[in-house]
Design a protein around this ligand. Structure first.
Ligand SMILES: *[C@@H]1O[C@H](CO)[C@@H](O)[C@H](O)[C@H]1NC(C)=O
Ligand SMILES: *[C@@H]1O[C@H](CO)[C@@H](O)[C@H](O)[C@H]1NC(C)=O
Ligand SMILES: *[C@@H]1O[C@H](CO)[C@@H](O)[C@H](O)[C@H]1NC(C)=O
Ligand SMILES: *[C@@H]1O[C@H](CO)[C@@H](O)[C@H](O)[C@H]1NC(C)=O
Ligand SMILES: *[C@@H]1O[C@H](CO)[C@@H](O)[C@H](O)[C@H]1NC(C)=O
Ligand SMILES: *[C@@H]1O[C@H](CO)[C@@H](O)[C@H](O)[C@H]1NC(C)=O
Ligand SMILES: *[C@@H]1O[C@H](CO)[C@@H](O)[C@H](O)[C@H]1NC(C)=O
Ligand SMILES: *[C@@H]1O[C@H](CO)[C@@H](O)[C@H](O)[C@H]1NC(C)=O
Ligand SMILES: *[C@@H]1O[C@H](CO)[C@@H](O)[C@H](O)[C@H]1NC(C)=O
Length: 743
């Protein structure tokens, strides 16, 4: 078959004598071993091939074609291969069997989305610019390459696999965009010639006053950015930037009027810049993480005695060693890195008894819908028709008893005390996530009783600890229990969380002890944006309005069938709504979102949504928030945290008033911070292809530290210093978030 060469417009490859061939025909090349698993692999397939044969692969869920060199390839620059298949859902990694290091996951879809079954597509991974993040693979004792299937398995052919010694970078101007008052941000690769660059505004040439030194972010070194200062500020009209063989044209829009009032400000809670399970102390410091949560479905079964847990229905109800294993050590290093901690206390009647048991053995329940591809005896507990198997397994198969005295003893024994605890995680849906442990649907009364009991135990064990509960998973369960509407009816038709707050208030009234400091909920946007097409991206970017906007009818089922007894029920207006419910039912309680998400961790729009959300959290005075799950430090979500908090340069400790003449929250967000009289601004432009511009009254003139990501400049940590001497036309490029901090 003829090969269909992918357009590798930016890269030219040359075969060097020292390239390492992994596979050409018939068999793996000398020195390469087959370390694949759970896959049917034919190394001399002749149904589709280049040369005389190819490798055909049929992998079950999460299994892989994996090859290992007897030796290492530490300093090579890339991996080339030809692949054919119906756009397989593969994840490629380079790893070291010597020290266990593994590269970031490289999704095949970030290399190409047009892989077809009947012809090969040639692909090249540049180790200095990994697809997805632009990160460098870095030096390592690399010896293994793995193509791992997704959850549905994958069938494909692969041919001509080569580890490439050298990739020649062609000098190119990649982008040039207007930024702030009179700066042009130019991204380049290779050794370009800036003398070829010219700028014109409304047909008139504009002089470039100076050109900064090129800046390469350490995490993504393959591209660099250079900032040009123009002799004249931007004005509405046509901006053209030409350089060598590249042209970048923009229509600079009509200005929007805004004013910043630093004197009118409210404090920002220090805990809103949080994540779940940060990866390292360095990560906490790089992103300025202020709150870290030990949470999720698996922690419900956390047994501190053996450091075991159970995955619940996330993975075949299997026990395993917890990851991380030791909550005490986790609190120690996270707090040592400068973050607060939010530790989940299990509050059901069981925790994992060991690292190996599982609840639904096929040997006991032969007829199950699916089984663990790596452990054939472990089933998912469902019959092929989707109903649970019966009888319910004995809890003792995988678990050992747990209760509030054991929780108290554990917390008391911790050498390192958390800032806050939550009483378990989403236990209102335990009859599904932990069906083996708690098969009976949880009602209002049981959930309240567990929170009261375990909160008391936690407060007795750790004087002064703050308690957050009940960590409810989603909108439906904010208002109704797993038992259903009969449970609402049995509680005077009061929706669940308002009822819960009132009961916690009543408890304080009768005992004198506050057992709820933070009302903790999880918030996931309800509209479906999974198609990730242009319509879905625009929806994702505007649905941040559901966090605050009382006039925003939710663009999901909530907008038509709100399923509660609340006021204005089709608008989520999350933060103001819960603040009001707290004021009515249990004043003084704080509000926490221990899980929230942008819905798109690897897409630039997810990063822009997160920037918008972090701005809203400050402006709306949310008290604590931790992203689910761990943002990739180099990905769009990590960059949103970096924008506000990276490397010790912070948005202010208070949020200042922003007045917009024509607010347009669907497509832009403007947030001001203030501290010690110095102003910070974050502006996010959610338009995919048009810049926006503001006349910013009261923006002080002078020197500003600028950070930005997105737009044509891509997902990278770009930063510079600019001097602003006119504030009547400040430009933010398309799909870009900008941070400006007064020096
Ligand atoms: C390579 O490994 C896979 C998975 O273990 C196995 O099915 C296949 O037979 C092996 N092929 C060769 C040629 O060893
Ligand atoms: C792939 O393997 C599965 C079993 O694991 C089998 O049912 C299926 O027919 C195979 N597909 C092809 C194209 O060989
Ligand atoms: C990686 O190895 C190459 C070649 O040995 C060397 O030039 C380079 O400095 C190393 N890079 C790092 C980050 O250690
Ligand atoms: C470029 O010129 C501007 C305006 O004079 C000045 O503020 C800025 O510091 C200069 N930048 C560099 C890198 O010299
Ligand atoms: C960009 O603008 C320049 C100057 O106005 C014009 O000559 C050129 O055709 C434009 N290019 C594109 C691609 O629109
Ligand atoms: C663009 O210019 C660079 C030199 O800056 C040159 O190497 C390259 O071949 C040119 N590309 C095209 C498509 O003309
Ligand atoms: C599935 O099959 C079981 C056993 O035959 C039956 O009891 C159950 O009602 C079925 N569930 C559905 C949803 O049909
Ligand atoms: C918890 O279990 C232990 C051991 O069985 C028991 O001694 C203790 O009384 C129990 N505590 C509660 C609150 O039930
Ligand atoms: C694009 O996304 C929207 C919003 O999620 C969805 O309603 C629509 O069906 C999608 N269109 C296509 C062609 O997938």
């Amino acid at each position: 078959m003829r090969s269909l060469f992918a357009q590798l417009a930016l890269l030219a490859t040359f075969a060097f004598a020292d390239d390492i061939t992994v596979y050409t025909d018939t068999a793996l090349a000398a020195g390469w071993e087959n370390w694949s698993w759970s896959s049917d692999i034919e190394f001399a397939a002749t149904d589709l091939f280049e040369g005389t044969s190819s490798i055909s692969v049929n992998s079950t869920a999460y299994s892989a074609l994996s090859v290992k060199l007897e030796g290492t390839f530490p300093d090579y620059q890339g991996l080339r291969f030809d692949i054919a298949g119906a756009q397989p859902d593969l994840t490629i990694t380079v790893s070291s069997s010597v020290d266990g290091t593994t590269s970031a996951n490289i999704l095949l879809s970030t290399l190409s989305t047009s892989i077809t079954p009947d012809a090969f597509t040639s692909l090249l991974i540049d180790f200095r610019n990994l697809p997805g993040t632009g990160a460098a693979l870095g030096n390592g004792t690399w010896d293994r390459i793995t193509w791992q299937a997704g959850g549905n398995g994958d069938i494909y052919h692969i041919d001509n696999i080569v580890v490439v010694e050298s990739i020649v970078i062609q000098p190119l101007f990649l982008s040039a965009e207007p930024l702030a008052a009179n700066t042009i941000a130019v991204t380049t690769q290779g050794d370009v010639d800036f003398s070829t660059l010219a700028v014109s505004l409304n047909g008139q040439a504009v002089k470039v006053l100076n050109t900064s030194a090129a800046y390469n972010p350490v995490g993504t070194p393959s591209k660099s950015i250079t900032y040009l200062t123009l002799a004249k500020p931007f004005v509405p009209g046509t901006l053209a930037i030409t350089a060598a063989n590249a042209t970048f044209n923009f229509t600079l829009p009509t200005v929007q009027y805004a004013s910043i009032v630093q004197q009118v400000s409210v404090p920002i809670s220090p805990f809103i810049y949080g994540v779940n399970f940060p990866t390292s102390a360095q990560y906490v410091q790089d992103l300025g993480v202020t709150m870290s949560r030990w949470g999720g479905n698996a922690v419900t079964a956390y047994n501190p005695a053996g450091q075991f847990t159970n995955a619940g229905n996330d993975w075949y109800f299997e026990n395993r060693v917890a990851d991380p294993p030791d909550a005490d050590a986790w609190v120690e290093w996270v707090e040592g890195a400068g973050s607060g901690t939010l530790l989940t206390v299990p509050a059901l009647d069981w925790v994992a008894k060991d690292a190996t048991s599982y609840s639904y053995p096929v040997s006991v329940y032969p007829d199950q819908q699916s089984t663990d591809p790596f452990l054939a005896d472990a089933g998912d507990g469902l019959l092929p028709n989707g109903s649970w198997v019966s009888p319910v397994p004995p809890q003792t198969r995988a678990y050992t008893p747990w209760n509030s005295s054991m929780a108290s003893a554990w917390l008391q024994g911790l050498a390192n005390k958390p800032t806050m605890v939550t009483i378990d995680n989403e236990i209102e849906i335990a009859s599904n996530t932990h069906q083996d442990m708690h098969p009976i649907p949880m009602g209002y009364d049981e959930e309240l009783a567990r929170v009261l009991e375990f909160s008391k135990a936690a407060k007795d064990a750790i004087p002064g600890v703050k308690v957050a509960a009940p960590s409810t998973c989603a909108w439906w369960y904010y208002w109704t229990s797993d038992v259903g509407y009969t449970d609402n009816a049995a509680h005077d038709n009061i929706d669940f969380l308002p009822w819960f707050l009132a009961q916690m208030a009543a408890s304080e009234k009768s005992t004198g002890q506050r057992l709820l400091d933070f009302l903790d909920i999880h918030y996931y946007f309800a509209p479906d944006t999974s198609s990730n097409n242009d319509t879905a991206k625009a929806l994702r970017l505007r649905m941040t309005r559901s966090l605050w906007d009382t006039s925003y009818v939710d663009e999901s089922w909530i907008g038509s069938d709100p399923q509660n007894h609340q006021w204005n029920p089709t608008a989520v207006e999350l933060i103001p709504r819960f603040r009001t419910l707290i004021d009515i039912n249990y004043p003084g309680t704080k509000l926490s979102l221990s899980e929230f998400s942008s819905t798109a961790d690897t897409d630039i729009t997810g990063g822009l949504v997160t920037v918008d959300m972090l701005g809203i959290f400050g402006q709306q005075q949310l008290d604590s928030a931790t992203y689910w799950s761990t943002p990739d430090e180099l990905g769009p979500i990590g960059l949103a945290y970096w924008l506000y908090r990276g490397f010790g340069v912070y948005f202010g400790s208070s949020t200042a008033q922003v007045n917009l003449a024509s607010p347009n929250p669907d497509t832009q967000g403007v947030y001001a911070g203030t501290e010690g009289g110095k102003l910070t601004l974050v502006i996010v432009n959610k338009n995919p292809d048009t810049p926006i511009a503001f006349d910013l009254a009261n923006l002080p003139f002078g020197s500003y530290f600028v950070r930005h990501f997105g737009g044509e400049a891509g997902i990278a940590k770009w930063q510079t210093t600019v001097t602003i001497s006119s504030t009547n036309y400040i430009v933010i490029p398309a799909y870009t978030a900008v941070f400006l901090k007064q020096n």
